[in-house]
Design a protein around this ligand. Sequence first.
Ligand SMILES: [Zn+2]
Length: 285
Amino acid sequence: MSRHYGWRADGTVIDAEAAQIRRIAQWIADGGTIAALIRDLNTDHVPTATGGTWSRASITRTLRRPRMIGDDHYAPILDRPLWDKVMAVLTDPARQRFVSKDTPRPSVAAGILRCSVCASTMFRAGRDWACDNRDCPARPHVRVDPVEVEISERVLTRITSEAWLAELRRAVDRGRDHYLWMRDTAADRMQALAEAFGAGGTERAALDAGLAAARGVIAEADHGLAFLDAAGSLADLSDAQVVEWWADAPVTARHDVVKAVVDRIDVTPPAAGRGVADRLVWHWR
Ligand SMILES: [Zn+2]
């Protein structure tokens, strides 16, 4: 079962995790950046409750839990004055909106959009996403802002659906170990196939088919791991809370979720009577 970082399911504190939480809270209260914190946590190989790596979403989700200061079931980890200070920083709009003048505003669509004509990944060109392949006969452009709105609406509809949340909870329950086991098993299978082929026991076609199947399993496991890292922290939320999370989450965290659920979106060239929504062809994972 999923549990919250810092506590066992019975509500007692896990000392090592509580110490990490206090360190994280103090860092943020003192004005440290979350980006630097994420680097430190992941460099030190501090695992999350699901065994994954830390993200902006998992840090803010962890710290925002009201039970940080204790409730009927959970022993407190932070004292009230420190928690209040952390909340003030995390909900400060000036901090959330801060981006360097030199970098374009980050977008949830980064790396997701492909030109439908030549299959190139589209690049940011001012207020547009554009195909910048010189050999592409169409080189379509599309405005950044309406694409952003469309992606937010479609992805939010998906991740608040009962089916999606149920799938997420199943993935969290299986845990990272399940996907790591899938990877190991597939790698062993590839080794065994290669050895059998080397010993003259199998046909080339059988070897190729077996290797392709094993690679498919590894890709599925990698997707499961990425899915847990990006969205695992949403597993204990209701659909309404997911909507709240989306409204508050930094663009990097929303982008991670978009990448976990969308393989790519093809952008078709403009045509009469077709709005931005009509020009996007969705490929869900
Ligand atoms: Zn193109």
